[in-house]
Design a protein around this ligand. Structure first.
Ligand SMILES: CC(=O)[C@@H](O)[C@H](O)COP(=O)(O)O
Ligand SMILES: NCC(=O)COP(=O)(O)O
Length: 237
């Protein structure tokens, strides 16, 4: 079975919009675990626009499932992850001003840098994963960095799904076959949703884990709206 790790960045975005502590990120993460998710993912960004570095430290004390921290391994991020020691760290090559993650690593070009950072995390007992485009060459490069897993960057699949899902998934099947051949674990994420997740899971051999945030939180709002509107109406009778 593929594990579901819920990315709670958007809960922090909502909280930060009002400056208070509603919604309470720690309570939401605990509830998500209570509802059956297999893990919690966060992606602190340098400007702390959603997850703050202190959130990462606080979550470490309460997450009882798998804790996955994603981010670009700059010195501040590396120190944070080494101090927290989550179950998994996922390295993502984000530009500081990126609205969201928009590319995987060039694992050939950045091989020696990745090797060094991955060694440091693995020495600390943290499982490593690196974010890659669905390209067998990038998967081969990932293997040479010593990482335990790759995370396939699924944006192109999510975008292509509506028009031609067979075509959209092909590069991911090829990349997954290569990863399986090289005995690299496979995670996946970005823009996965209730619409596209089942077909992805059914077609990617050896898919260990998906991390899903944006769509899952939006879907939770939509699916909860009718109930909450009626709860308010009942209070106003
Ligand atoms: C690594 C990845 O795929 C991203 O989806 C990310 O974790 C989400 O980050 P934002 O919530 O900042 O868009
Ligand atoms: N690694 C991907 C992730 O954590 C969530 O991405 P998204 O569902 O918010 O696009």
């Amino acid at each position: 079975m593929t594990k579901l790790s819920v990315n709670v960045n958007k809960i922090a975005t909502l909280r930060n919009a009002r400056g208070g502590n509603v919604p309470n990120l720690l309570k939401v993460a605990s509830d998500i675990e209570r509802f059956g998710a297999h893990g919690i993912t966060i992606h602190p960004r340098p400007d702390e626009r959603h997850i703050r570095y202190q959130d990462a430290r606080d979550l470490k004390d309460i997450v009882t499932t798998e804790f996955n921290i994603e981010g670009n391994p700059n010195p501040k991020f590396i120190d944070l992850v080494l101090a927290i020691k989550p179950d998994q760290v996922t390295l993502v090559p984000d530009a500081e001003d990126a609205i969201t993650s928009n590319a995987g690593w060039d694992t050939q070009k950045h091989k020696s840098f990745l090797k060094e950072v991955i060694k440091e995390f693995k020495n600390a007992g943290i499982r490593t994963s690196i974010f890659v485009d669905p390209d067998p060459k990038m998967v081969e490069g990932a293997k040479e960095t010593g990482t335990d897993r790759i995370e396939l960057y699924t944006e192109s699949y999510a975008t292509g799904y509506a028009t031609d899902r067979e075509r959209a998934i092909l590069p991911f099947v090829e990349a997954a076959k290569k990863a399986n051949e090289l005995e690299l674990g496979i995670n996946a994420g970005h823009d996965l949703s209730l619409d596209n997740i089942q077909y992805f899971g059914q077609n990617i051999p050896g898919l260990l884990e998906v991390s899903i945030g944006h769509a899952l939180i939006c879907e939770s709002i939509y699916l909860g709206l009718e109930n909450v509107v009626n709860m308010y109406k009942n209070k106003l009778k």
